[in-house]
Write a protein that binds this ligand. Structure first.
Ligand code: AMP
Length: 193
């Protein structure tokens, strides 16, 4: 069983690569973004609290996302966990380390999908346009204004995790600019090493 974190700015392809790992390795994707969107769509109290924060592009509180993850760690572990979009702050990273230890589990790798900001903007604006053209719902936060705030949140709050996991000997870099299959192959290389 392998447990990994996918790190990288919004639009780096974390969700796409996580879905491939679920398919190929029977791993379990734990996306706090998906969990929060579900809570929002189903109209739970917590969903109502987080809706505005998410639409704006800011981070929701550590307490809420740690609570969501805590519940999932108690469930099925299958081929291992892929943490997608979590942790996003140092407090979340410390909480994850504690929760994993409680479960007797070890984090194997923190894989950074390395990106270029201009590509991110194009990808996210493109994702919104594709969804709209196909009649699919467009994410409330896939617009230029939210994206600026999401990128700032990444650099201010999440990018310190790169140093944190480097210090723990867990950080692995992968070029996130390649094709979907290219990035997938690079991640497979990390998992084999
Ligand atoms: P994502 O789908 O990962 O891009 O997440 C969408 C939005 O959900 C983010 O912009 C945040 O508002 C919120 N979110 C997701 N994961 C976290 C997290 N680990 N900590 C705080 N906020 C989060």
């Amino acid at each position: 069983m392998t447990h990994i974190i996918l790190l990288g700015p919004p639009g780096a392809g974390k969700g796409t690569q996580a879905a491939l790992l679920v398919e190929d390795r029977n791993m379990i994707q734990l996306s706090t973004g998906d969990m929060l969107r579900e809570a929002k769509d189903s109209g739970t109290e917590m969903g109502k609290v987080v809706a505005d924060v998410m639409a704006r592009g800011d981070l929701v509180t550590d307490e809420i996302v740690i609570g969501l993850i805590r519940e999932k760690l108690l469930g099925d572990k299958a081929g291992g966990f892929i943490f997608d979009g979590f942790p996003r702050t140092l407090a979340q990273a410390d909480a994850l380390a504690e929760l994993m230890e409680e479960q007797g589990e070890v984090l194997d790798h923190a894989i950074e999908l390395q990106m270029d900001d201009d590509v991110l903007v194009d990808r996210i604006v493109g994702r919104a346009a594709d969804a709209a053209a196909a009649g699919k719902p467009v994410r409330a936060d896939d617009n230029a204004e939210s994206l600026k705030i999401r990128l700032m949140a990444y650099y201010k709050q999440t990018s310190p995790l790169l140093g944190y996991y480097h210090a723990k000997g867990l950080l692995r870099g992968v070029d996130g600019l390649g094709t979907m299959d290219g990035v997938k192959a690079d991640i497979a290389g990390v998992l084999k090493a």
